[in-house]
Design a protein around this ligand. Structure first.
Ligand SMILES: Nc1ncnc2c1ncn2[C@@H]1O[C@H](COP(=O)(O)OP(=O)(O)OP(=O)(O)O)[C@@H](O)[C@H]1O
Length: 256
C-alpha cells in the first residue's frame, strides 16, 4: 500500500470533497505534499496543525481560489486537476469581511448579486438566513453597530445564503470570546444536522476540533502532509469538562 493510500480515509457516505495526492509549491518550496482525504456529505472534519503547515493553502485550493500542482480535487464527484469555480462551496474566513458601507442585509445579499435573482428575491433569501442565525432584528443595522459574535453570525449568514452544500471555515471563531464561540459551535452543529452541510474547519483550538468534528485531521509541517486522522464518535453535546471529552482533548493535544 502506498503512503497516499494509507493516509486516505475511505468514508462510508458519498464524498462531498475528495482530495487525491494534492501537492502545492510556492516558488521552489513544497508547501503541501500527497494530501489525500475525503470529507463525506454532512460530515464535519477539523484540520489541525502547526502554524505554516499549509491549512489555509489547502482550503484555498479546495475553494478554487488557488491553483495546485499535483493530484486531483473532486467536489461532489466532479474532478478537477486544477482550480475551478465551484458554486456549491461557501468560505468563511478568520475576519468577518463585512463591507462597512453596506447594511447587514446588504452584506448578505452580496453573494447573490452575480446571479439572476431579482432585488426582492435576494432580500427574501437574505432575511431567511438572517432569521436562521438570529439576526433578523438587526438586518438594517451597519456592521459597526454589531458585537463580534453578531458580526460572526452575519458572516455565517452571508455564507449560507448561497445555499452551499460545503462550508469551508478558516479559524472563523478564533477572535470570539469563549461564550460566543460556544454559541457559534451550537449554530454550526444545528446547520450540519438540519441542512446536511459538509464542513471542513481549520482551527488551532483542539477543544473546538473535538467539540465539533466527526473526524480530526492533523497535518505535519514542511511539507504539509496528513500525519494523523482521528475519528471522533463522542455523543453530542460535547462539553469540554465531561471526562470523555476532556480525555479526547488531552490525547489529541499530544498529537498536534
Ligand atoms: N501566496 C503565497 N506565496 C508564497 N508563500 C505562501 C503564500 N501563501 C502561503 N505561503 C506559505 O505557505 C506556507 C503555508 O501557509 P498557510 O497560510 O497555508 O499555513 P497555515 O497552516 O494556514 O498557517 P496558520 O496556522 O499560521 O494560519 C507558509 O510557509 C506560508 O509562508
Amino acid at each position: 500500500m502506498t503512503t497516499e493510500e494509507k493516509t486516505k480515509t475511505k468514508t462510508l457516505g458519498k464524498a462531498a470533497i475528495s482530495l487525491n495526492g494534492v501537492g502545492k509549491k510556492f516558488s521552489n518550496t513544497q508547501v503541501l505534499e500527497g494530501i489525500s482525504l475525503d470529507v463525506s456529505e454532512g460530515e464535519i472534519v477539523a484540520l489541525l496543525g502547526r502554524s505554516g503547515c499549509g491549512k489555509s493553502t489547502l482550503l484555498n485550493i479546495i475553494s478554487g481560489l488557488l491553483p495546485f500542482d499535483q493530484g486531483t480535487v473532486s467536489i461532489e464527484g466532479v474532478i478537477s486537476k486544477n482550480y475551478t469555480d465551484w458554486h456549491s462551496i461557501a468560505y468563511m474566513f478568520q475576519e468577518d469581511r463585512l463591507l462597512p458601507w453596506r447594511s447587514i442585509i446588504e452584506n448578505v445579499c452580496l453573494s447573490l448579486e452575480t446571479g439572476s435573482s431579482s432585488f426582492n428575491e435576494r432580500r427574501q433569501r437574505a432575511m431567511k438566513v438572517l432569521k436562521i442565525v438570529g439576526l433578523e432584528q438587526v438586518a438594517h443595522a451597519w456592521p459597526y453597530q454589531l458585537s463580534g459574535g453578531m458580526r460572526s453570525r452575519a458572516a455565517l449568514a452571508r455564507s449560507l445564503v448561497i445555499n452551499p452544500s460545503i462550508l469551508l471555515m478558516d479559524e472563523p471563531f478564533s477572535k470570539l470570546d469563549p461564550l460566543t464561540r460556544s454559541l457559534m459551535h451550537t449554530e454550526v452543529l444545528r446547520l450540519q444536522r438540519e441542512r446536511k452541510v459538509s464542513v471542513l474547519l481549520v482551527t488551532h483550538d483542539v477543544e473546538e476540533a473535538v467539540v465539533l468534528a466527526d473526524r480530526i485531521v492533523v497535518l505535519a509541517p514542511s511539507p504539509g502532509r496528513v500525519a494523523t486522522i482521528e475519528p471522533n464518535q463522542l455523543s453530542h453535546p460535547r462539553v469540554p469538562t465531561d471526562p470523555l471529552v476532556a480525555e479526547k482533548i488531552r490525547q489529541l493535544r499530544l498529537k498536534v
